[in-house]
Design a protein around this ligand. Structure first.
Ligand code: MLT
Length: 266
C-alpha cells in the first residue's frame, strides 16, 4: 500500500485487526519493511500491525535523497495521521530505534509503548561521523552490492555467516536492491542525529529493550545503559543473535515482544 506522506509515497503493509492496538514496525538501515515478516505473523489477529519503508528505502520513494532523523519522525507521525491512529506502540530496530527515540522525545502523547531493539540513545562521536561520511562516499561510488557484502559480516553472528543461514542472503538482497543515493542520504541522517540519552528518564510509556548477545554495533552495554535510565523498562538479551536479533532468533524475540504487548492497554 502507498500513502502520500509529506509529499512522498511511503510504502507500508498492514495486517491483523484494525480495531486492535496498533503496532508500528520501523526497520533499521539500510533495510526495508520486509525484515519484520516473522513479527507480523506472530502478532496475528490480536493487533493491528503496520510495517513501512522509510523514505528512500524499500518501496518508498527516494524523494530528494536528503534525509534527517527529524524528517523520518515527521513521516512516522504523518503515517499515523494517514492511518487515523491516535496512539501506537512502536518497535524500532537500530536506526528504527533512533527514529523511535526521537519520536518519543518529540511527541510522547502519540505512543502507548516502545520496543527498542538493537539500538542506542547515543549519537555518533567524531570517529563515527567520519565513518558515515566514508560509507556515503563508497556507496555512491561503488553501489549497494559491495556494502551489502561487508554489512552482513557486521550484523550477523559469525555462526550465521559460517552456516550460510538464508537470512544472510535475504539481508544482502534487501540492501543491494536499495538505491545508493538513499543509502548515502541515510548514512548522513544517522551522522546528524541528536543524542536522546538525556530524555530517556522522561519516557513514561512501557518500554521493552531487546539486544542480541553478540551485537557489536549497538551493544548489550548500550542496551543496559538505556535500561538503567528508562524507569520500569524490561531488558532481554537475545541468545544466539547479533544485530539482527529479530531474524537470528525470532522465537525468543517474538515471545518477549508478545509478552510485552500483552501488558499494554489502549
Ligand atoms: C542499523 O542497523 O540501522 C544501523 O547499522 C545502525 C547504525 O549504523 O548506527
Amino acid at each position: 500500500m502507498q500513502a502520500k506522506i509529506n509529499g512522498t509515497n511511503i510504502y507500508y503493509v498492514e495486517g491483523g485487526n484494525p480495531a486492535a492496538i496498533s503496532v508500528i514496525f520501523i526497520h533499521g538501515f539500510p533495510f526495508s519493511h520486509a525484515i519484520w515478516q516473522s513479527q507480523l505473523e506472530a502478532l496475528g489477529h490480536d493487533y493491528h500491525a503496520v510495517a513501512y519503508d522509510f523514505r528512500g528505502l524499500g518501496k518508498s520513494d527516494l524523494g530528494d535523497g536528503q534525509y534527517t532523523v527529524e524528517g523520518h519522525v515527521d513521516d512516522l507521525l504523518a503515517l499515523l495521521d494517514f492511518l487515523e491512529i491516535d496512539k501506537a506502540v512502536i518497535v524500532g530496530l537500530s536506526m528504527g530505534g533512533y527514529i523511535a527515540l526521537r519520536a518519543l522525545e518529540r511527541n510522547p502523547e502519540r505512543f502507548l509503548g516502545v520496543a527498542l531493539c538493537d539500538t542506542q540513545s547515543k549519537a555518533d562521536d567524531n570517529a563515527g561521523k567520519i565513518k558515515r561520511a566514508a560509507g556515503a562516499k563508497a556507496v555512491k561510488q561503488d553501489g549497494a552490492a559491495p556494502l551489502a557484502e561487508s554489512f552482513v559480516e557486521a550484523v550477523f553472528t559469525p555462526a550465521s555467516i559460517q552456516n550460510e543461514v538464508p537470512e544472510v542472503d535475504f539481508i544482502k538482497d534487501i540492501i543491494s536492491a536499495n538505491d545508493p543515493v538513499a543509502i548515502a542520504g541515510n548514512f548522513i541522517a544517522m551522522a546528524a542525529r541528536t543524542d536522546t540519552t538525556e530524555s530517556l528518564a522522561a519516557i513514561a510509556v512501557p518500554t521493552l529493550i531487546l539486544v542480541g548477545e553478540e551485537d557489536t554495533l549497538t551493544t548489550p552495554a548500550a542496551a543496559r545503559d538505556m535500561h538503567t535510565r528508562i524507569k520500569g523498562s524490561q531488558l532481554h538479551v537475545v541468545p544466539h543473535a547479533a544485530h539482527m536479533s529479530n531474524l537470528e532468533n525470532p522465537e525468543f524475540f517474538n515471545a518477549r515482544l508478545l509478552e510485552f504487548l500483552s501488558t499494554i492497554t489502549g
